[in-house]
Structures are given as structure tokens and as C-alpha cells.
Design a protein around this ligand. Structure first.
Ligand SMILES: O=C(O)c1cccc(C(=O)CC[C@H]2O[C@@H](n3cnc4c(=O)[nH]cnc43)[C@H](O)[C@@H]2O)c1
Length: 290
């Protein structure tokens, strides 16, 4: 650790619990076509368990959109459970009205132990799982076009510094961590269920980049940095970082649209990737609740 580490970096090593009971899920895509594919897969009753948002392309939009959704949902859930003790009700009480209901003991206790950005706010998360989902590049030999990747970890593969001897990650620089682990138990469950349903699915690391890879050299360099890289996207680490800072477990799910390597936009099979994403979404409820 060094002096540049901010308070937010305290959450890097936070022990985010495994989502043993998944009750409400936030799914974050980059663009609307991904969101629509997922909603088609989830079916008519999606809204009783899932919220799906399109937060924009890239790690910054993904993190900002996810954090905003998590914060708004926590504040809204808290308002529904117990009115806050604020100045207006206090004035009303002083004038003879009934005192506002206090949070019950369980809620107060949960609030006092709330992790990360919710610590000390009196709020608890409304979500028990956050999923970064979308199309992505697949590393050749690991994740073919049209297949799925359910990641074991989300890594910001270009977060760091160039140096004469090569790339230095933020971890090596002492500025934090470029890796967020996925919820291991849920990742395995989802992969197993997808395999049983007849889908090609891989594990490994989903790398997040701000510039999509377009050369064989960059693909090779990414594999040097992240030897178990399976998929490349532009949002996973941002979504997972926001989830981690709210103490919520995360997953990343990618339908593979193209190979990571020399840029060949005409070869991208976006419909196949969206179809895979829709198929995976159609079994999500069962995987997360049974
Ligand atoms: O047309 C292009 O060459 C091009 C260059 C960069 C990005 C795009 C997108 O359409 C990105 C949108 C979306 O797709 C994900 N994605 C899909 N394949 C990859 C990839 O090989 N590397 C990184 N990201 C990929 C990404 O998560 C974006 O949200 C088009």
C-alpha cells in the first residue's frame, strides 16, 4: 500500500460473501441490444427477480451505471422498510405527531455491518448479485465464437503503466488491485447448468480493456499478463468493482462474437453471440434459485 491509496481502495480486500441465497439480481449490459437479448431469455416474469440496465460501453460507464443503480436501489429499499429520522418528521413529532418508526434491530445491525460504500449509511443492498453481461471477444482455443464464457475473475488488463521492461499492473505499482473474483460457487453452478443444457461454455478470466484488441501482438501480450484469459470485454471489471464496493457478489457472462486478435469486423457474429446470451439468460432464474 502507498500514500496514493484512497479510502475506496479499502474495499479491495473486502471479503465479499458468496451469494448463498440470490433473491434480487442486477444485470448490467453495455448496449440495448444486449439488454433486450437478456430480457427475451429471462421471459415475462423477469421483473420479479431481475433488473436489467444498459449502462454504456467501457469500464467507466459500466462502473458509474452499476454504482448508481446499487445506490438508488439501496436508498429506495431503505425508504420502503423504515422511514428515515429526518428533520421534517422531527419537527412534526415536536408538534405532537406520532414519532416515525425506527429501523428494527435486524436492519440496524445489518446497516452497522454494511460493507464498503454502504458502511455507516444505514442502508443495506437491495441486490444479492450483480452480473456483467454482453457480447465479447473470445481467446482462440479457449472460447469459440458463438460459445459462452462465465468468468472466474474479472481483470482490468490494461490498468497500470507501461515501462521500458514491459507492463506494470496497478497491483505491481501499489495502487490497488486489477482483479475482482467472481462468486466462485455461482460461476460453477451456472457453467454446469449451461453445459447440461447443451451449450459450449468456458471458465477462466474475463479481461476488461478500454481499447478492444485489434492485433495478434496485443492478444499475445494480454495472454502474457493474464495467462488464463478466456474472454475480452470492456465493462466487466467496472461492474465488478462497483459491486465489490457495495459488498455484492458479481459474475461476468459473455456471449462470444469474435476472436481476440487481428481486427476483422466483418467476421463478428453478433447475432450468434446475442442468441447465446439469450439462451444463457433463459436458465438463470433456475440456476440462481434452486
Ligand atoms: O467495430 C469495431 O471494431 C469495434 C471496436 C470496439 C468495440 C466495438 C464494439 O461493438 C464494442 C461493443 C461491446 O462489445 C464488447 N466486445 C465485443 N467484442 C469485444 C472484443 O473483442 N474486445 C472488447 N470488447 C468486445 C464490449 O464489451 C463492448 O461493450 C466495435
Amino acid at each position: 500500500m502507498n500514500e496514493h491509496n484512497s479510502a475506496l481502495n479499502d474495499t479491495e480486500h473486502m471479503n465479499v460473501p458468496t451469494a448463498s441465497l440470490v433473491s434480487r439480481v442486477l444485470i448490467v449490459t453495455a448496449v440495448d441490444v444486449e439488454k433486450e437479448a437478456i430480457l427475451r431469455g429471462l421471459g415475462d416474469k423477469a421483473a420479479d427477480m431481475f433488473d436489467v440496465i444498459a449502462a454504456g460501453v467501457g469500464p467507466a460507464s459500466a462502473a458509474a451505471g452499476t454504482a448508481a443503480a446499487l445506490a438508488l436501489a439501496a436508498a429506495s429499499a431503505s425508504r420502503l422498510k423504515a422511514p428515515a429520522v429526518a428533520s421534517a418528521p422531527d419537527l412534526a413529532t415536536a408538534q405532537g405527531a406520532t414519532a416515525p418508526e425506527q429501523p428494527d434491530a435486524a436492519q440496524a445491525s445489518a446497516a452497522s455491518t454494511a460493507p464498503g460504500l454502504l458502511a455507516g449509511t444505514g442502508l443495506t443492498s437491495a441486490y444479492t448479485l450483480v452480473v456483467s453481461a454482453g457480447i465479447g471477444g473470445g481467446f482462440p482455443g479457449v472460447a469459440d465464437v458463438g460459445s459462452l464464457v462465465v468468468a472466474d475473475a474479472m481483470v482490468a488488463a490494461d490498468l497500470g503503466s507501461q515501462a521500458p521492461d514491459g507492463f506494470l499492473s496497478v497491483d505491481e505499482l501499489g495502487f490497488g488491485s486489477s482483479r475482482v473474483a467472481a462468486d466462485a460457487a455461482l460461476a460453477v453452478r451456472l457453467r454446469d447448468a449451461l453445459k447440461r443444457a447443451g451449450h459450449a461454455v468456458s471458465g477462466g478470466t474475463a479481461v476488461t480493456v478500454s481499447t478492444a484488441t485489434g492485433t495478434a501482438e496485443t492478444a499475445a501480450e494480454l495472454l502474457r499478463r493474464v495467462p488464463d484469459a478466456a474472454a475480452e470485454g470492456m465493462e466487466g471489471f467496472g461492474v465488478a468493482t462497483a459491486a465489490q464496493q457495495f459488498g455484492v457478489p458479481a459474475l461476468e457472462l459473455r456471449g462470444i462474437s469474435n476472436a481476440v486478435g487481428p481486427r476483422d469486423r466483418d467476421a463478428w457474429r453478433i447475432k450468434d453471440a446475442l442468441d447465446a446470451l439469450q439462451a444463457a439468460s433463459s436458465i438463470l432464474r433456475e440456476v440462481l434459485t434452486s
